[in-house]
Ligand binder design. Sequence first.
Ligand code: ATP
Ligand code: MG
Length: 662
Amino acid sequence: MTAVPKVNGIPTGWQAEMLAILGGPVSRRLARWGKVIEQILAFEPELQKESDRDLKKRSLSLRYRAKSGEPLAKIVPEGYALVREASVRTIKQRHYEVQMIGGISLFNGCIAEMETGEGKTLTASLPLYIHALVGKGAHLATVNDYLAERDANLMRPIYDLLGLSVGVVLTKDTSKERREAYGCDITYGTAKEFGFDFLRDRLLLRRMGVTQAGLFGEITAAALDPGGEQPVQRGAHFVLVDEADSILIDEARTPLIIGSIGDKAIEKIVATYRWSAEVAPQFVDDEHYEYDHDDKKVELTASGRQMVRLMPKPTTLANMGLVDLYQYIERAIRVHRDYHLDRQYVVKPGDKGTDEIVIVDENTGRLAEGRKWRDGIHQAVEAKEKIEVTVPTGQAARITVQDLFLRYKYLAGMTGTASSASREFRKVYHKVVIPVPTNRPAQRRRLPDLVFGTADEKWHAIVQEIRDMHQEGRPVLIGTRSIDKSIILARLLNLAGIEHKVLNAHEVEKEAEIVAQAGQPGRVVVATNMAGRGTDIKLGPGVAETGGLHVICTELHDSARIDRQLMGRCGRQGDPGTVRQYMSLDDDVIRTGFGPESAEKLEALGKSNSAAAQGYANYLKRAQRKVERRHLRDRFVLLYHEKERKKMQREMGQDPYLDTPD
Ligand SMILES: Nc1ncnc2c1ncn2[C@@H]1O[C@H](COP(=O)(O)OP(=O)(O)OP(=O)(O)O)[C@@H](O)[C@H]1O
Ligand SMILES: [Mg+2]
């Protein structure tokens, strides 16, 4: 038997034998997988002697075995050894043993928790390869187009050598390009595109099967499927979700929805309402239009119509039909004449906190909450009041993130931060979280948290710390909760004369490059927490000696996982690095967690007695946990309602993903 190298935290020898039987759920698995590692290693000397062509042949014979129904678990040792050898030859990276463990856990449908920088991209190649052999497609879902494309390109040489094709689905792609990408053995893309393609296919399939002409009208067909009339996906076989906590949990509070009219169409409709409301007052009674007092109807005269034609219009309205335009104007004039604020309606904040039109009941004078005028009147009034115009989208198809991924026959996920969500992974996705040991011991050091009375004091302390680190030549990465806070900090850094870069997740690609450089000596980068997620930060020359990258978390996020994600930007691959969490008593998390009253009390305390602030660190963390719990509850409520809705629709013989009421 080959000698097994000692892997951090992975038991070997007699220890492994014992744990495989007696250990807890995680250690039992790890011990079992330790044995698979031995089998993989046993293939290595043999494979090293073979030519590239021999490797490809071997791969094709594995594919043959997989297609003829041999259990994939039997193919794993040779398959993983092949992928490793192909990787060594092409991209010069030999999968670490811990990456093998990660790969095996993913093959077994677990959520692998691998720290940031441990090489999840390379690890993913293992289960993707094995599942792709069956020929039903293997998908990798990630958070943005940039990462999808980057990872596909990084791994492509490996798959090429082994005779498998790789495709990427990007937001900009046409149906034809999508179909080709899904037709590949392995497909990289974002969870969102996978979801919307599923929904679009679903709508298309129905249109092809049962012609329900007129149900959605002409625009629908064109807007939803500008390419050929064919589904783009092949089915849901295996999906590996990168940044699994972000996709499967944080984003899972709202379902993916396709309206039967496209976004572009809605944009145009809203623009037309707004423009009509704006110009309506210029039309004069009896000159530009006639008003029928009985029917309360407005009709443009010839000169009114001419006026509509000659008026300058926003470019979005360029190809709007004239007849439609006359109608919009007539409606807007009627609203301008007959619908008055605080008589027919009031404007007040609704459930979502944004202003809404609430109708005043003509008879009782009471507010008729939730009621809406028809025939576009309601939207015209909204446009007149310059609030959000609520165009009914004729909701056509929807799916929750949970359903989308549970549709796959095989599902696995990986992320740097999963443990704290392990209960949810288990309950919702029936998945076990496996913490995979790091390749080299982590050297990240967390400096003591600092709490300040007010945000002002906090920002000044942060700038001071940045200045200190900067003078030592250490790079600093600062994470903020929002763009406006990045701007506050940037202004202070300018005043202090510290050169820096600000990123706010607007231009993912360019920002990824800047984040990648964030480990160079003396760099200062300010970024919202999501900016640059998944980007590798390599330390510049001499930086490790001065202590590595320093990460500053300026405030608690709504979820502790997201804080940890930011902290994980330093100390990658056993690099040295430090992290510090800053807080202040007027942080948003208090308000979201404990409500306005507590927030105001604490804010007042912070102003009067900043010395006491440090003692409130745990209080702030409690507020964060409260928010986390609320979001968790929201997700479970959504799940419950979706389940009930699906049940009802099945009973009524409807497709649960289409025809959704509301
Ligand atoms: N086996 C290996 N040999 C050499 N280098 C490796 C190996 N595995 C990963 N790396 C390198 O480690 C770095 C980090 O990899 P990667 O970006 O995949 O990490 P990650 O786990 O996805 O991190 P994040 O959580 O930030 O997304 C990359 O530069 C990659 O090339
Ligand atoms: Mg990654």
